[in-house]
Design a protein around this ligand. Structure first.
Ligand code: LLP
Length: 423
């Protein structure tokens, strides 16, 4: 029965007397008319304030994890607000550099960085490389011996902490492809090798326990697990990675970036860690900043079974429900806080039964074909994980602020679909 929880909307969300939604001073139904659907609408003030919160909470050096949402405008924005940027592939590195982010403000990740990616990172002079394997160390040795500048590195340690999140989002358990295990002695060996290597300058350790972690205590647990190791080497830097969870649906709450930082820093102090502690949030910065707008195209009621509401996007702009069974809310921006007594399944337009946006959505009784339907909290891992499945073109991205909309990524065209096709 309940209305959409308003706290799931971006910071500048506002309603007129009839409950019609505006974000950044822009009426979202007007945006849908002007730019078409599906459409990602990002609240620029929200993005900026969350970057600033991260910098205030952790200090300079805190990095925005670009895998959550990346385009030129986002890279520039995060940099302007004082964040470094975490890039995990040559492609992310390329986009961040093209946006004008200074290389020394970039942190290069990846569990299987190729020689080409490492060459790019060394030639451009990225600020930090987070080393993930002995094979990567071999590659760095070869490239630096061959004449490229020696990088400044962190060693990624796997603390062996089980964070309660989806299995695919866990990264700090013992059985993981990421990092050097603490328990196995691999982390010790990696640190000793890096300390003595002339091909890299070791300045710290890195650990990332997983993503969409709601309980700040898990980060404290990771810190406690790492502390003896960190204290044994007294390296100047420690990054606790990203992973702070975000509320997507009614009933969920999340710690703020500030609260997360307090828990992490308290745990570090308590464990006698003297390193400068930093982090790399992605989702917590961008998830709630955006809503996705769709247009309802068909409504099929299967008597005694359920009603299917199909929209003009789907798993190509939001694969999270299919991949992780993630939940979302849905609402009609023409009546944002209307009661939602009807239960429906919101599906996309792809030729696949799994193409679901919301399995069991509460929607207003009067939802009809032609309505604009919105899903909140779609700013993270939607645009970046989108695809062209069924040759569906990817939606544009708008930044809205002060009553103005800025198109920062245009809608894909059918010609774009043929651009790499050599016939
Ligand atoms: N740092 C490292 C080393 C990471 O691997 C990640 C995320 C982050 C930072 C940022 O984590 P965040 O603060 O955004 O949770 N596609 C999944 C999430 C995968 C996250 C992968 N690594 C999803 O849609 O939920």
């Amino acid at each position: 029965m309940s209305a959409l929880p308003f706290h799931l909307l971006p910071d500048t969300a506002d309603l007129d007397a009839a409950g019609r939604l505006s974000i950044g001073g822009c009426d979202v139904l007007d945006l849908a008319t002007e730019y078409g659907t599906p459409l990602f609408v990002y609240d620029e003030a929200h993005l900026r304030s969350h970057c600033r919160q991260a910098v205030e909470a952790f200090g300079p050096g805190v990095a925005y994890a670009t895998k959550a949402f990346l385009c030129g405008a986002m890279a520039k924005l995060a940099h302007e607000e004082g964040m470094d940027l975490d890039v995990a592939t040559g492609g992310e590195l390329h986009v961040a550099l093209a946006a004008g982010v200074p290389p020394d403000r970039l942190v290069m990740h990846g569990n299987n960085k190729s020689s080409a990616e490492l060459t790019m990172a060394l030639e451009t002079g990225v600020g930090r490389i987070v080393v993930d394997s002995f094979d990567e160390m071999d590659r760095i040795d070869r490239l630096v011996t061959g004449g490229l500048p020696a990088p400044t590195v962190l060693i990624r340690v796997n603390p062996g902490v089980e964070a309660h999140t989806h299995e695919y989002l866990q990264t700090g358990v013992v059985d993981s492809k990421f990092g050097f295990g603490l328990a196995s002695g691999a982390a010790q060996e990696a640190v000793e090798r890096a300390m003595h290597a002339e091909t890299m300058e070791l300045v710290g350790l890195h650990a990332h326990i997983g993503s969409q972690v709601f309980v700040a205590g898990f980060f404290a647990q990771a810190v406690r697990a790492l502390a003896p190791f960190v204290n044994a080497f007294r390296l100047p830097e420690l990054s606790i990675g990203g992973g702070l969870g975000v509320a997507y649906v009614e009933g969920e709450t999340n710690p703020s970036i500030r609260e997360w930082a307090e828990v992490v820093k308290f745990a570090c102090n308590d464990a006698g860690i003297t390193a400068k502690v930093t982090a790399e949030p992605g989702r917590a910065v961008v998830a709630r900043a955006a809503v996705t707008l769709y247009r309802v195209g068909t409504v099929k009621t299967l008597p005694g079974v359920r009603t299917y509401v199909a929209v003009d996007g789907g798993m190509s702009d939001n694969p999270r429900p299919v991949l992780y069974g993630s939940g979302y809310e849905a609402f009609l921006p023409r009546a944002t806080t209307a009661d939602r007594p009807k239960r429906v399944r919101i599906v996309g337009k792809h030729c696949e039964s799994g193409d679901v946006i919301v399995h069991d959505a509460a929607v207003p009784e009067d939802l009809v074909v032609g309505d604009i339907l919105a899903t909140p909290v779609t700013g993270a891992y939607g645009h970046t994980m989108g695809s062209n499945y069924n040759m569906v073109v990817r939606p544009p991205v708008l930044f809205v602020s002060g009553g103005e909309a800025r198109e920062v990524v245009r809608r894909e065209t059918y010609d774009d679909l043929l651009r790499r096709d050599l016939g």
